[in-house]
Design a protein around this ligand. Sequence first.
Ligand code: MSP
Length: 523
Amino acid sequence: MSKRFYITTAIDYVNGQPHLGHAYEKVIADVIARTHRSFGEEVFFLTGTDEHGQKVQQAAHAEGKSPQEYCDALAAKFQALAAVLNVSNDDFVRTTQPRHKAVVAAMLNKLHAQGDIYKAPYRGWYSWKEETFLTDKDRRPDGTFDPFWGDVKELVEENWYFRMGQHQSWLIGYIEANPSFVQPDYRRNEVLGFLKSQKLEDLCISRPKARLNWGIPLPFDPDYVNYVWFDALTNYYSIPVALGDAGAAAPLGDYYQGPTANLQPALWPADIHVIGKDIVKFHAVYWPIMLKAAGVPLPKQVLVHGWWQKDGAKMSKTTGNVVDPIAVVNEWGVDAFRYYVVRELAIGPDGNWTDAGFQARYHAELANGLGNLVNRSLSMLQRYRGGVVPPRSDELAAEINPFSQTVKTSLAQHQLQPALQTIWAIVNRANQFVDQTAPFKLAKDPAQAARLDAVLYNLAETCRLLAVLLHPFLPETAQKMYTQLGLAGAPDRLTLAAWGGLEPGHRIGEPAPLFPRRDAPRH
Ligand code: MSP
């Protein structure tokens, strides 16, 4: 079986409610996943939740629930968010699932048997709130620790460590030789800067059960659980193994004792891990070293997006400065949300959400731009030609075809924002064409019937092409456009984006506004 395009998102912590940042990441990964399907590839898209660790244990305790009950409730919310956003994930991994835990245990056992994991005492300043040891670098000028860290106490304990240092120069060479491994380029440079300026410490991968029991037990030491990042990163690999990807499972040999579904997909190595800028080090340093040590091939790319602020400030539950993606979708529709986040922000830099900016794009680009074009094109075709597509005319083809080609090129390179900009060049050209040709005037003059036919064909065909090009971004809207055009099936193959697909004599469906104007916003 040929290898599928395998794309993942970060798995979300379940110690809080889903927010704009989680939603954004899932949407961009979904657009890339749908793009590859539109190119005719088989795709496997994985998202999920990261459920172990101190914070979850504490959050569950605070609600009087068992950690598992607490995780079940939150995981359901993250799954619901994905559904609301029309995210086309093929599976949803939860790190508390037996199928995932079995792969983590196999990885740990293999690395332990090879001598890559060892036990050593550690003395340090420990932040209970942030679950991390602090160093002198974390002290303020007066020698104290910031209140952010909460209660900080000196702690001595034995823990298990994963040897990373010996892989440092290999990793530098690997990242230099494979420029697409970390993207955008400035993120790769940050990683190289870090690797070249600091000695890589071994990674502490355990917590004593006495202090934290909500974790995957270390298979070779019952007094410890695996600490979260080793567990969390492994999700990308555990699902292919558990689904029966033989190539993925091979390096684990007999260490893997878990379930194997008989699906036998060829998934590993992952093609893209989509993640936010705060977790680059884990994905571009720890993860490749873990895989290298275990003899597992490396993923092809870590694609790093920026962070959203709201009204120029960090989003924060305590100040109420948050964007609730579900509320936005309920009020404005799923495609309005998907459009705004992808159009507003390229994959890389940070962005700033404002309600005014969102509403401005909704009205100018969705309602007055795309919505108006489709509605007036199809309404005029209904009114002047009884909904029957006139003879073919290629008047706009020479202008639109190069745009379509540019969109496909951008999509192939995962340049999502530029692809949308080019799609809107088509929308704007077609709206201008309506204004220039004034079909409502042509309709009054029987001598202009052939001209009106030509104008109406060009507009309807442009709408059809737009549905195809928009499908990865706005799947619901693209489907509505197809239905309004009276076309069966889905606009889900980019091969359909060739001029002239609309057959003369075909009867279109009923036009209806795609993005109703909202003159008195409720916000
Ligand atoms: N559980 C870890 C990831 C483990 S991956 C093996 C984690 N979870 S998280 O819930 O804190 O973040 C999940 C993703 O959302 C991360 O990629 C993070 O960068 C992203 N975002 C969190 N807040 C964000 C914004 N404000 N804006 C954009 N993305 C943000 O980290």
